[in-house]
Write a protein that binds this ligand. Structure first.
Ligand SMILES: CC(C)(COP(=O)(O)OP(=O)(O)OC[C@H]1O[C@@H](n2cnc3c(N)ncnc32)[C@H](O)[C@@H]1OP(=O)(O)O)[C@@H](O)C(=O)NCCC(=O)NCCS
Length: 175
């Protein structure tokens, strides 16, 4: 799938394959260093090529799990995924996660990735999308609200950074 960005560059979004593994490692190392809003710190995010390939392989074992990789001029600039499960009572729902490389913020990339994820969720007969977001991560909260996600709850002291706690906000969308 190809989308035109606000800066006239082209974003190409594809489902992840094992061939993306090496680029994904580089991407994640960069992104965890750029934002405090992901669960990993740069020191904690250590992934081998084999580990990444296994992760991708395992993801594909769950029917309702999917990961999309977005590239501009060949460079990975965004990754987003839905994580599902095979249990009868919970396989109608997935967990959403998304990130974009800082140099590519505000170009509509997350918007295109969210549209892609939501369309895919509908195609897979998913009826509920859940996510967790740090209380102070306003750009992400605005993004999710733009797509109709609503706050469903919060975990007090869900996140601790530099001795300061914040809530982890749970948001969801019925589709
Ligand atoms: C949140 C994030 C994914 C947004 O990506 P993006 O490609 O810049 O977003 P888009 O350009 O598609 O913008 C979509 C919407 O997000 C919101 N948004 C994005 N950045 C924003 C900002 N700095 N301030 C306020 N709203 C913002 C707006 O609602 C925007 O819609 P609008 O352009 O109609 O106003 C990106 O900032 C990011 O990857 N952050 C680091 C990782 C992260 O926080 N991931 C989410 C973890 S829960």
């Amino acid at each position: 799938m190809t989308f035109n960005l606000k800066n006239n560059q082209r974003l190409i979004i594809k489902e992840v394959t094992e061939e993306d593994a090496s680029d994904l490692i580089t991407y994640m190392s960069d992104v965890v260093g750029e934002t405090p809003n992901l669960l990993y710190t740069p020191d904690e995010w250590q992934m081998t090529l084999e580990g990444e390939k296994t992760f991708i392989k395992n993801l594909k074992k769950v029917n309702t799990s999917v990961m999309y990789v977005g590239r501009v001029n060949g460079e990975v600039v965004t990754v987003a995924n839905l994580q599902g499960n095979n249990k009868l009572k919970t396989k109608h729902r997935v967990e959403l996660a998304i990130s974009v490389k800082k140099a590519f913020f505000r170009l509509n990339i997350a918007t295109y990735m969210m549209e892609t994820l939501i369309n895919k969720a509908k195609e897979m007969s998913i009826t509920k999308i859940n996510l967790g977001v740090f209380e102070t991560n306003k750009p992400a909260i605005y993004l999710y609200k733009k797509f109709g996600f609503k706050k469903e709850g919060s975990m007090k002291r869900g996140i601790k950074m530099a001795d300061t706690y914040q809530d982890l906000i749970y948001m969801g969308k019925c589709i």
